[in-house]
Design a binder for this molecule. Structure first.
Ligand SMILES: Cc1cc2nc3c(=O)[nH]c(=O)nc-3n(C[C@H](O)[C@H](O)[C@H](O)COP(=O)(O)OP(=O)(O)OC[C@H]3O[C@@H](n4cnc5c(N)ncnc54)[C@H](O)[C@@H]3O)c2cc1C
Length: 409
């Protein structure tokens, strides 16, 4: 870990500071390392609260107990060139006019700042939700979900009454977007065998997916939604749509129509919002607190600060909509930010960001999935293999950029 005081004083004129070592931030740092080879005087600092990068897209597997948490944590020091100074600390705020990032290890001065702090679960101010549900946004979160499922199965096995057994052995997932669908599918696949190992009768364990809107995977093609719905049904997942949660209580999810959804484990996967510290920062924010940027991914009216990933509110000029919080988007934005910071160093003009949509792939269970690629919808084993290939390719790209050997899943 680097002593932040060393990077906070004096020479901030040549300092590029990247806050957040997730999909966007790590890739900005890695790509800038290569681009700035001819500029040894320019400092490059990466800041994150963890000393590892998390492969978040693989978290549903950790939550389903099929992958170890450590297998989705990539040690940052192993993938960064010595050129990059890594500071493991909490970012606590911003001194925008003084051009300093405020951190637990002291202020860090910057010439250019890249904000890539990601997002956090959005509970939409639903009473009890934050307190009574687990989330899946880090390897530790996902590990906790699987631990909670195992504990609930143990409790169910100790219960005498079949109704109580059934309730305890039911996992309720709130939010039918890609994360909720992946999680529900993964759990539905592994739960019967896990329940059997706990001595529970067949059919005791269950997964319920609760979605406020009229459909799961909102915004996807009807064909994709249909295929995903069929696979979930085949896996025994009970899907409730138009089922808005009014409150999370000790008894379970209380829906707006009064129905009570009971279970032993409750997981919330209903959406994300920007980290709390951004709200009071003075940075211009839009929907869900994401930071508004221009077409070069620079903060509006603060062109020395770039934003990439979930934190950035980037309007796609072709659709007029803000791009969704996806790893695919974060990586592409990271590339543009790295190119634009390099362009500034080289005295060249910046390039506008354009999103090249490679398609949408969602795993549904451990061996099937759905995909929409180039207008063609597929469902089944091929789509799952595609998801595996994307994840493999991502790990390869990280390895390629520095030469790191991934931990086998
Ligand atoms: C379960 C799940 C499954 C997903 N599956 C897919 C998928 O299949 N495909 C897809 O395209 N997208 C998927 N996503 C979305 C994708 O993971 C995000 O869009 C992506 O992680 C965003 O990248 P980012 O760099 O903006 O943020 P992150 O990857 O979250 O990185 C943010 C970084 O900032 C650090 N950080 C945050 N706050 C602070 C602070 N105050 N101080 C210090 N460090 C801080 C964090 O530790 C983290 O390293 C999934 C998301 C989830 C939750």
């Amino acid at each position: 870990m680097e002593d932040a005081v060393n990077v906070s004083t004096g020479e901030s004129s040549g300092q590029i500071v990247v806050a957040g070592a997730g999909y966007a931030g790590l890739h900005v740092a890695m790509r800038l390392t290569a681009k700035l080879r001819g500029h040894p005087a320019i400092g490059l600092t990466l800041v994150d609260r963890h000393d590892y990068h998390q492969v978040i897209t693989e978290l549903p597997r950790v939550a389903g107990g099929t992958r170890a948490a450590d297998a989705v944590r990539i040690p940052i020091q192993d993938v960064l060139a010595t050129r990059v100074r890594f500071v493991q600390t909490e970012v606590t705020g911003f001194d925008l006019d003084g051009r300093r990032l405020l951190t637990g290890a002291g202020p860090i001065g910057w010439w250019r700042l890249v904000l890539a702090l990601g997002s956090r679960p959005n509970d939409f101010a639903i009473p009890g939700l934050a307190q009574r549900t687990l989330s899946v946004y880090s390897a530790s979160d996902a590990e906790q979900v699987w631990a909670a499922v195992s504990k609930a199965l143990t409790a169910a096995a100790a219960a005498a009454d079949p109704g109580r057994q059934r309730r305890l052995a039911t996992v309720v997932v709130g939010g039918g977007g890609a994360t909720g669908v992946e999680l529900a599918g993964e759990l539905a696949e592994v739960l019967p065998e896990a329940a059997r190992r706990h001595g529970l009768a067949p059919g005791r364990a269950a997964v319920q997916l609760v979605e406020a809107g009229p459909t799961i995977l909102a915004g996807s093609s009807p064909q994709l939604i249909d295929k995903a719905t069929r696979i979930l049904a085949d896996l025994g997942v009970q899907v409730s749509t138009n089922a808005a949660i009014a409150a999370a209580t000790e008894e379970g999810f209380r829906l707006k129509d009064g129905e009570l959804v009971e279970g032993g484990v409750f997981v919330w996967a209903g959406g994300v919002k920007a980290p709390e510290l951004v709200a009071d920062s003075g940075l211009p924010t839009g929907h869900n607190g994401r930071v508004k940027v221009d077409r070069y991914l620079r903060v509006l009216d603060r062109p020395q600060i770039y934003v990439a990933g979930d934190l950035a509110s980037v309007v796609d000029p072709r659709t007029g909509h803000v791009l969704p919080p996806l790893a695919q988007v974060a990586l592409e934005e990271g590339e543009t930010v790295a190119r634009n910071v390099d362009a500034e160093v080289e005295g060249k003009p910046p390039e506008a960001f354009t999103f090249h949509d490679k398609g949408f792939v969602v795993s549904v269970g451990t061996s099937r999935g759905v995909a929409d690629i180039a207008g063609i919808t597929s469902g089944g084993h091929a789509a799952h293999l595609l998801k595996d290939a994307i994840e493999w390719e991502y790990r390869q790209s990280v390895r390629h950029l520095r030469g790191w050997d991934p931990v086998p899943g």
